[in-house]
Design a protein around this ligand. Sequence first.
Ligand code: ATP
Length: 277
Amino acid sequence: MTHHLETSGSRIDLEHVEQAFTRGQGKAASSLTVLQDVNLSIAPGEFMALVGPSGCGKSTLLDLIGGLTRPSRGAVRLDGRVVTGSGLDRGIVFQQYALLPWRTTLQNVGFGLEAQGRLSRAERVEKARHYLELVGLAGFEQHYPHELSGGMKQRVAIARSLAFEPKVLLMDEPFAALDAQTRETLQDELLRIWETTGRTILFITHGIDEAVYLGQRVAVMTSRPGRIKHVVDIEGREGRDADGDWRSSPEFVRQRHAIWTLLHDEVRQSQRHEALA
Ligand SMILES: Nc1ncnc2c1ncn2[C@@H]1O[C@H](COP(=O)(O)OP(=O)(O)OP(=O)(O)O)[C@@H](O)[C@H]1O
């Protein structure tokens, strides 16, 4: 899939990022290093997938880019500027939809814009409608969350993040709770949205298939303390546009296997270390 639009996404740079947490209190306090010397650059408008063993610090990394936490060492930069807090230039989508149950689809998407207070009511409604249409929910504006399927709720959450027109979309296993078919549909929709909007996307997943299918590159992390073990360029993505099942092609299977091997080695090594400890 080619990227037609001029990008409106930001560049992300992680430089020697370390994150340690203190656990317990007083004499029982101990420090847990979750990320160590993480270096990664994501180009403006790039779609980067991130995989790694459970507990290696993927969500911690996403929190740092989102500005929800600050690194113990190193720097997180957005277009060259050090990130010091959260901001509307970065939208975050989690596995849980976190919609307000008493608000309609349209109101859920418009809610954040309301808080932002920059647009008139008519402008907010127009923007919310536009993004609902983009995620394939035209006609569901007046539905409440309980009237929507899981996939539809996640579409609302994505529309809500997009409505701010952030330069970066940070996605933490957004499709993990969905059934396989809905997940594949949403993967294609996300790619279409990415093409249309030119945002930079960082997408955390446990699914190797999902990472290869979505990412222009896939960053593989080591087990804790997490570092970037390898960044794999995904080849032959045009195959996704062609008729047929790209996931079954030898090209896809080969790349899927390469990432599986990187991850598998990592998990095995960490188990060996734990056994020796
Ligand atoms: N605020 C915190 N205080 C203390 N420890 C934390 C904190 N946040 C995360 N951790 C620890 O950091 C480690 C990494 O957590 P994180 O959620 O980033 O991993 P992950 O790779 O996203 O995991 P998973 O793939 O299982 O979702 C875990 O051991 C977790 O317990």
